[in-house]
Design a binder for this molecule. Sequence first.
Ligand SMILES: [Zn+2]
Length: 160
Amino acid sequence: MIDLNEALHEEPWGNYDLPLRVFRDKIVTFRKVHKCHSCQQEIKAGTRGRSRTEKSSEFDDLEAFRWCTVCTAAQAIAQNDEGDVMERRHIIAAGVTPGVSGAESAWTPAWFWAWFDRHFKEVENDRDEDAAEGEDTEFLDDTIGLYMKFTKLRDHEAAQ
Ligand SMILES: [Zn+2]
């Protein structure tokens, strides 16, 4: 299993300039049903994920954000894949995938996992090419190790 706590090192808003006060940012077991801020899927009670409460200078109220297990895991591995998976979890939340038309354009967990399988293979190919050229493959080896753990979350999502 991917260490979900690694997600807490990932700044969810990227290079967001507004001053932020983060009151709470931790991995929890959700007691109630929520909606995931990234993929917009329902978060079932009893599952684990990131929960963050913050206040920015832009909004007066405290804002709460929650991420499902798969999106939290995507954040946890973001340092090792330049955020590729995390970004995809977020983009697909719009329900439409840029540059893709027809049935494929609709966000479903199945669509995400089909994309992930292709992406995983590309990374493995890159690693094999680097190895054949005698280059250092340590970083990609780590990424592949994390992806092997990440792919097990497919069953978790399917069970939701
Ligand atoms: Zn999610």
